[in-house]
Write a protein that binds this ligand. Structure first.
Ligand code: FAD
Length: 288
């Protein structure tokens, strides 16, 4: 079986302790030679400065290829493009361009009066800068706001046509969910790579809540297994097994790249990667 290429998502720290945790995460996972690592942009644009600091610090000190997430929320077009320009100036060459969700308390996304009104217009403007490899989000079980999956995939095609080079999916639990989505995308004329997003379950209660919000289906067998593992105190073992099996099924079906949602807890992701044959490599650091 092919050894996959991996990438990792982190979130920006909000405290000194969080900074140490992120740094531990980077140091634990960097030897696995990720094709890129990404740093999220807090819901509602809440971590604008922290995301910027985390991205540029990881970029400078680790030599990893870092992708900054950027959303349209609560910013004018000029402000959003200024953030992008500051990434370009810092030598960051990858962005994950998203519409973003509503800030806490608001029920749905509303564009800033002078801001980008959707992800397609953001992607077009970023592509015009000609400075970035742009990735976007994709939804194997359809985005909760999409009328149906065909409409969602048609919108994904618009994002790719606007200048994105690849898409990273929302997390899911069954490989067939991804394969059906991938086939439908190909049928709709999308030829850009679609990278499955894998969430090793760090916190079962949190995962269930998050899955409900995103419309991610949790098969009964997984629900039962985590209920038992929670009772027995063996959730980490189960999480590693479940994620490894999912990745294995994906690789058997021709997937070559896997993107891990680490939640800044590197151990499960590291163990899954090791089980898939992704082992530490000696890295030559490109420290500025
Ligand atoms: P879009 O794809 O632009 O929109 C979602 C769906 O809504 C579309 O697929 C389409 O079906 C429908 N839709 C939207 N606009 C239109 C329109 N004008 N016409 C027709 N249909 C439309 N959120 C954050 O806040 N920060 C992050 O760092 C972050 N990182 C993420 C990373 C990944 C890999 C993923 C998958 C999601 C991430 N999110 C993040 C969540 C994301 O912001 C939400 O899912 C948001 O609701 C949609 O953003 P999007 O760019 O994927 O949306």
């Amino acid at each position: 079986m092919t050894v996959p290429t991996v990438s990792f998502e982190f979130f920006p720290p909000k405290s000194l302790e969080g900074s140490f945790r992120l740094w531990d995460c980077v140091n634990t996972l960097a030897p696995l030679d990720p094709s890129f690592v990404s740093v999220t942009y807090g819901a509602g644009g809440t971590t604008r400065q922290l995301t910027h600091e985390a991205v540029t610090t990881i970029h400078k000190t680790s030599g990893l290829n870092v992708a900054a997430h950027l959303t349209c929320v609560d910013a004018t077009k000029a402000e959003t493009l200024q953030i992008a320009q500051s990434y370009a100036d810092a030598g960051v060459r990858e962005l994950v361009a998203l519409r973003g969700d509503a800030p806490k308390g608001a029920s749905k996304f509303t564009a800033h009066p002078e801001g980008f009104d959707n992800s397609v217009s953001l992607i077009s403007a970023l592509a015009d800068m000609d400075a970035f490899n742009i990735r976007v989000g994709a939804y194997p079980e359809k985005h909760p706001e999409a009328a149906d999956q065909a409409a969602d995939i048609a919108f994904l095609k618009r994002k790719i046509d606007a200048g994105a080079s690849s898409a990273i999916t929302q997390f899911f639990f069954e490989a067939d969910t991804f394969f059906r989505f991938r086939d439908a995308c190909v049928k709709a004329g999308i030829d850009a790579p679609i990278i499955p997003g894998i969430l090793p379950v760090e916190n079962w209660a949190g995962t269930q809540r998050f899955a409900k919000q995103c419309g991610t289906h949790i098969p009964q067998v997984i629900q039962d297994a985590f209920a038992n593992a929670t009772r027995d105190g063996t959730t980490d073992l189960l999480a590693t097994a479940v994620a490894t099996e999912l990745c294995d099924d994906l690789l058997q079906g021709g997937v070559e790249d896997l993107h891990f949602y680490t939640l800044n807890r590197p151990e499960l992701t590291r163990d899954v990667c090791h089980a898939l044959g992704v082992t530490p490599k000696v890295r030559l650091q490109n420290v500025a």
